[in-house]
Design a protein around this ligand. Structure first.
Ligand SMILES: Cc1ncc(COP(=O)(O)O)c(C=O)c1O
Length: 384
């Protein structure tokens, strides 16, 4: 079909996401796919049965706009039990179509033309486009390579009278770094007595290792009082295809988010919300996650330990960065494509997570895979 009009793109620089590109290549050449972040093992049959149960019981029509109350209540209980914080399920919690919708609604509800948003890079790919669609201006600060620590003096120097939001993400995709208590205090300190809100992307809250505490903004009451906390059951219950997430925020902020959410999706999937509400009642369903994924991380790093790749420690998420500077000086994208085609293992270059495509010669590998997949992938990596 031919369209003959003029299209002035709202997102002129947006192309196909790097996850889709690398997964597409992996499929094309039959490579082991450690690129896109999704588990390749079965999910809980109990959870599947619960969804079936609620479908059969007739929970198939629109959910309430803010989400099924039982799920919002279960999230409030979990937040209180985990962080000791109280969110009102009626006015301060909202269910979304995945964290991606949550991010979009939070940004769209807060950012006006000319408002500045600080993004710490490398960053998840949906943050900047959401800001740009609102006419906002992104200010970038890079994590410091190779330990990916936040450069707080730099973040502070970016703050001015136009700064409206700071986005944080811990545990962090793509690096596997986590924010410490000292980081949170720094964030609290630099945003106190300001009009700056924090968008805290905590989708990997339960994927954290080595006994480290997940430093949610929820532990810091003053900070939480000007923060949006975003979570995703896709990550927590290995169900990325279900696209069910949530936002917690003070009522005044949530009121604004809901004005946007109602016109984006209005409500998200009803039977899944009921099922997740039920499933959350057994805390083990999420408390066992750090051990489960730590075992996978340790297995993967143990298997590639003697390769020529250098392991950059991963403290959370299901991603492991490997530094290939001892193998090649090719650009990340070129090297990632080459090892997918020539050796049959797909990963994701980290450079596309930077607006200026910084290239530190590191690739991201997803270890949310079966033992068999990880063993096969590691055998190949050891030959490169
Ligand atoms: C840091 C981060 N935020 C948000 C999301 C989106 O989560 P969802 O699949 O629930 O939309 C992802 C997914 O990969 C992510 O890594």
């Amino acid at each position: 079909m031919n369209y003959n009009g003029n299209v002035k793109s709202r997102l002129p620089n947006a192309g196909t996401s790097i996850f889709a590109v690398m997964s597409g290549l992996a499929n094309e050449v039959g490579a082991i796919n450690l690129s896109q972040g999704f588990p390749d093992f079965p999910i809980s049959m109990e959870l599947v049965d619960l969804v079936n149960h609620y479908m059969r019981e007739g929970f198939n029509q629109y959910a309430p706009m803010p989400g099924v109350l039982a799920l919002r209540e279960a999230i409030a209980v979990k937040a209180f039990d985990t962080f000791g914080i109280t969110y009102d399920p009626v006015s301060e919690i909202n269910i979304t179509a995945g964290a991606t919708e949550a991010i979009f609604c939070v940004v769209t509800s807060m950012i006006h033309t000319g408002d500045e948003v600080i993004i710490i890079e490398p960053a998840y790919d949906s943050y900047a486009p959401a800001v740009e669609l609102c006419g906002g201006v992104v200010r970038y600060s890079s994590l410091q390579f190779p330990d990916y620590a936040v450069n707080w003096p730099e973040v502070k120097s970016l703050i001015n009278s136009h700064t409206k939001m700071i986005m944080i993400n811990s545990p962090h995709n793509p690096t596997g770094s986590v924010l410490s208590a000292a980081d949170m205090k720094e964030l609290d300190h630099i945003t106190r007595n300001s009009n700056i809100v924090v968008m805290s992307d905590e989708v990997y809250e339960h994927l954290i290792f080595d006994g480290i505490r997940h430093e949610s903004v929820c532990y810091y009451p003053e900070l939480a009082s000007r923060s949006f906390v975003i979570g995703s059951f896709g990550k927590t219950f290995h169900t990325t295809g279900w696209k069910t997430g949530f936002i917690m925020a003070p009522a005044v902020l949530m009121t604004e988010v809901r004005k946007v959410h109602q016109f984006v999706v209005f409500a998200s999937n009803t039977p899944i919300q009921h099922a997740v509400a039920q499933f959350l009642k057994n805390k083990e369903n999420y408390l066992q996650l750090p051990g489960f994924y730590q075992q996978k991380r340790d297995m993967f790093t143990g298997l590639v330990h003697n390769s020529r790749f250098k392991i950059i420690p991963s403290y959370g998420t299901y991603f492991q960065l490997l530094d290939y500077s001892a193998i090649s000086d090719e650009k990340e994208m070129d090297f990632a494509v080459r090892i997918t085609k020539e050796f049959g293992v797909a990963s994701v270059p980290v450079s596309p997570f930077y607006h200026d495509k910084q290239d530190h010669k590191v690739l991201r590998f997803c270890f949310a895979k079966t033992e068999e997949t990880l063993v096969k992938a590691a055998e190949i990596l050891c030959k490169i």
